[in-house]
Ligand binder design. Sequence first.
Ligand code: BMA
Length: 362
Amino acid sequence: MKKSVILLFCISSFILQGYSQKPADTKATKETIQLYNKMLSTVEKGIMIGHQDDFVYGHSWNVKGISDVKQTVGDYPAVYGWELGGLELGNLSSLDAVAFEDIRTGAKWVNSHGGINTISWHCSNPLTEKNAWDVSSKLVVKSVLPGGEKNAVFAKMLDHLADFFLSLKDEKGRFVPVVFRPWHEHTGSWFWWGQNLCSTQEYISLWKYTVNHLRMRGVHNIVYAYSSSSGFNNALEYLERYPGDEIVDLLGFDEYQNGVAGKENYQKSITKEMNILIPVSKEHHKIAILAETGLESLPDPKWWTETLWPAIKDYPISYVLFWRNAYDKPTHFYVPFPGQLSAENFNEFEKDSRTLFLKDIK
Ligand code: BMA
């Protein structure tokens, strides 16, 4: 009797918590709310596994339709990362040479197969006209905000983005909902929007201006993700430049392992940061994620079950995204391909009932 009362309490508080949590955008489309609820509810089953640019290219191949994940474990990832860098300039392909048309088609395929799309944006520098990594000026963020000399240029960039989001429609004409993760790794200083490149107020204004512009253009098919770099020590540091609950839906961070020797640091750092992230996300009623991670070249044959999984498995995060497998840089890959040193172990990882691939979330 007692046990069943407790169980009932747990289930109902989960349901209540679940249903009281909604996307920040009060005009979010029905499909966006469904995507949000899916990301919330799958936490009970396990952690969704994601891969950047999964089926548009991979390790040593560059034809559409293959997937290193599928080739290795027989199933596709549950989550797909896409990159929009270059779209703001009116280019036809991303900075990683993927045609935006293929990203559009890919995102629709993912959506119709029950997967989740998450979009990053290495936006080029509007002031210097160089790339996102150009940190030669501390005036870039200021220059794109209202009153700044590049405000009109930046507004046009956002229009390109709005056009893209509004062009994501399924076969019934409904907007395809996506996660959008702009202005990421901002606690580091390697992008023009980074910690030492702008003030807290400027960074927050950059977020607000971006989201308001997209909403003004009628974009309501987005769930927004805030992801800092690794290395924060407490909630205050993590939230120092948080743009606010009325904007953000997902909270996460990006964290990479540095070579085989970096195992201990990686695990310790993930533990420390998850112990900060999870209470913060509960307090703010947001969904926690590991926004980007990986060990480049996977030189550790048991990395999946002995490093990554023990570090994250006990935390209620919705998904983890592994970075891209470049076709033109043989050592730049983050998931195995058949024959790769950690491929067998990746299969073992996939068999764990709590690692969720595409078939697991249908
Ligand atoms: C980096 C690398 C680059 C890539 C960029 C944007 O981490 O993978 O090769 O251009 O992300 O996707």
